[in-house]
Design a protein around this ligand. Sequence first.
Ligand code: ATP
Ligand code: FE
Length: 354
Amino acid sequence: SYVLGIETSCDDTAAAVVLRRADGSCRILSNEVWAQHDDHAAYGGVVPEIAARSHVERLDATIEKAVAAAGVDYDQLAAVAATAGPGLVGGVMVGLTAAKAVALAHDLPLFPINHLEGHALSVRLTEKAAFPYLLLLISGGHTQLIRVAGVGDYERLGTTIDDAAGESFDKTAKLLGLGAPGGPMIEAAAVGGRTDRFALPEPLKRREGCDFSFSGLKTAVREAAEGIPSPTGQDVADIAASFQIAAARHLAQRTEKAMGIMGSHGEGRLVAAGGVAANCTIKKMLQQLCAANSWRLIVPPPKYCTDNGAMIAWAGAERLAAGLIPDQAEAMRLAPRARWPLALHEDGGKLGSG
Ligand code: ATP
Ligand code: FE
C-alpha cells in the first residue's frame, strides 16, 4: 500500500510517500524535507510562531513535490498519515489540518501519528528489524529507552529527568558559540579535541534504573568554559570532545541497564533513532556495548534519524497493515497534542499510540 506522510512538529516541513509491501518490506518513493534553519538562525533557537508560519507557506508545495516525485496519483494512495503530536502545536496543527484536507478530498483514511512512534519504527524503513527490539530514542526533545514489542506495543523503560540528549548538544553548542544545529557543530568541533582534559561528572552514577540526566553535564561544561577567559580553537575542541564522550558514555551506561532488563526478550537487537543517533562517537560507544554483549546495533541512515515524512508515512503504513485503523470521526476531530507519551495506554491504542 502507498501511504503519504506529513511531518510538521518542529522546524522541518516534510512529506513523503512510502510503499509497504505485503511481506512487510518498504520502498521509500519520495522524501521531501524543507528545513527551516535559516528562518530561525537570527533567534538562537526555534521560534514557534515562525515555524508555524513557515509550515503554512511551504507545506502545500512540499506535499505536491512528494506525491509528484513518487510518481503516484492521489487515488493510488491507501492512506494519509500526519504527525498529531508531540511537538509545537502551531506546526502540528498545520500538518494535521493539511492531512485532514487531503483525506477528505481524496476519500482516504487519516492516521494521526505519534511523532515518537515515527522515530520508533523508522529503522524498519531501511532494515528488516524484527520485533521485539530495544529502542534508544535520542532526539531534540526526547531521550528514552523503549521496548518495542510490535506496532502500537511500547513499554518505556527509562526517560530523561531533565534535558533531552539533543537539547544538551544544542545548549552546549550555543554556550561554546558554535551555532545551530548544535549536534553536528559539537561533533565537528570535537575533531582533534582531547576527551580527557576536563573531568566531567558521570550523571546518575548511584541511581538504579534506566533514566537519564543531562543538566549536570551542561553545568559542568559551562563551568569548564568559564574557567578559560579567552578560549582558543583547541580549548573549544577539548571541551566539545569531553562533553561528547561524557554524553556518549552516559547513554551507553543506561542502555546497558535496559539491556539487562530486556534479558533474552530483546533477542539482542538495539535500535538507536532520533537525530542524536547520527553522532559517530555515540554510535561507536553503542557498537562497543553491543559487541561486548553479543547484541546487534541497528541505526537508520542520518536522514531517517532526524525528522522526516517517510517515518510518519511508514508508521501509518504499519498501522494500516496491522489493522490498527483509527475511528475516522475521531481522527477528523483530533486536535494537535503538545505532549503525547508513546508508551502510555491513555487512549487504548486507537490513535497512533500504544
Ligand atoms: P523530537 O523528535 O524529540 O520532537 P526533534 O525531532 O527536534 O525532537 P530530531 O530531528 O530527531 O529531534 O533531532 C534533532 C536533534 O539531534 C538536535 O538536538 C540536534 O542537535 C541533534 N543532532 C543532530 N545531529 C547530531 C549529531 N551529529 N550529534 C549529536 N546530536 C545531533
Ligand atoms: Fe523528531
